[in-house]
Write a protein that binds this ligand. Structure first.
Ligand code: PBG
Length: 333
């Protein structure tokens, strides 16, 4: 065996599992993970989402069942999205704040079922509920062009957030990228006596093609795109402005979405944020890993854990992921 004079030998700290564990800088825990779930109206059995194998449109019963599975695995928070009946959609998305709308019913039942053991987060956005599929009210400008109206939408978000708080949400999460949405929602919640309801702000949300499978999951009616309100993937700077504004407006947590293609954004925001920073591993990220894993092209469990670890290493304090239960279980093994 040859031998050289090498002073620094980084391999010393990698020589066995105990040594590697001793020096690991990043550790995932089940309680870091938040599970997004879909509550669908008008179905009597849960329905698998074709582009998101292993994920379902849930009935209120199967929603409670999966909530228990999550809690048993050590996940402490779920994020609920609503899938209304096609005929309940309208231009404003009013079924989003209707007391008997599917999302509010789901929130009410989940809070009654889990109390404070499992945190119930609500998606606070209108795109699932509008007949045009946009995240807010649509109008025309003076040249006759269709526009998504910022300030008219804020009023609707305020209504929706208050309805979600009344239904029992611990956390509301405005995801529509309207300017000023966090401030308006905070004011409305406080005025209605919901000072304890927290806001997780989707601060840096990109107009991403990685949302594709999600739009199948919620039966989105969108025909165009969201580029006038979601961010341009070419830009990093505006993410810092968006996060700063949300923090000033009263966000309790900020979030970056998607996760893996935007780790640079995540790490920049994590560096400046005085509040917790979450990241959302979105439907397309999940679908890619599932597709390659199911084809035998990659090791699904290993890539799942590596992707989550990378997101945490880049600066995420919490990770929203469709893998939450699988990953939490893997962490126990
Ligand atoms: C909007 C919303 C979207 C997602 C979460 N909230 C879709 C969109 O902006 O088009 C995407 C989530 C995912 O892809 O997993 N309510």
């Amino acid at each position: 065996m040859s031998s050289y004079e090498i002073t620094r030998r980084p391999r010393r700290l990698r020589q066995n599992p105990a040594m590697r564990e001793l020096v690991a800088e990043t550790r995932l825990a089940p309680s870091d993970l938040i599970l997004p779930l879909f509550a669908a109206d008008g179905i009597d059995a849960r329905r698998e989402i074709p582009s998101m194998p292993g994920q379902y449109q849930h009935t209120l019963d199967s929603l409670k069942a999966i909530g228990h599975e999550a809690l048993e695995a050590g996940v402490r928070c779920v994020d609920l999205f609503g899938v209304p009946l096609e005929e309940d959609k309208d231009a404003e998305g009013s079924v989003g704040w209707a007391e008997d709308g599917v999302l509010n019913r789901a929130l009410r039942e989940m809070r009654a079922e889990f109390g404070n053991d499992l945190l119930i987060m609500a998606d606070t956005c209108l795109d699932e509920f509008t007949d045009h599929g946009h995240c807010g009210a649509v109008g025309t400008d003076r040249f006759g062009n269709e526009v998504v109206l910022n300030d008219d939408t804020l009023e609707l978000y305020a209504r929706m957030a208050v309805a979600q708080a009344e239904a029992g949400a611990h956390i509301v999460s405005p995801s529509g990228m309207m300017d000023g949405q966090v401030a308006v929602i905070r004011d409305a919640l406080d005025a209605a006596g919901h000072r304890d309801v927290a806001i997780m702000a989707y601060s840096a949300k990109y107009a991403s093609a990685f949302f594709g499978p999600f739009r199948d999951a919620v039966g989105s009616s969108l025909t165009g795109d969201r580029r006038t309100y979601q961010q341009d993937p070419a830009n990093a700077r505006e993410s810092l402005l968006e996060a700063q504004l949300d923090i000033e407006e009263g966000a309790d947590l900020v979030m970056v979405k998607p996760a893996l293609p935007y780790l640079d954004i995540l790490s920049q925001i994590a560096e400046i944020s005085p509040v917790p920073v979450a990241a959302y591993q979105v439907s397309g990220e999940y679908a890619m890993l599932q597709a390659a894993g199911r084809n035998g092209w990659i090791d699904l469990d290993a890539t799942m854990m590596e992707s989550l670890l990378s997101i945490k290493r880049a600066g995420a304090d919490q990770i929203l992921t469709y893998f939450a239960i699988d990953a939490a279980r893997a962490l126990h093994d």
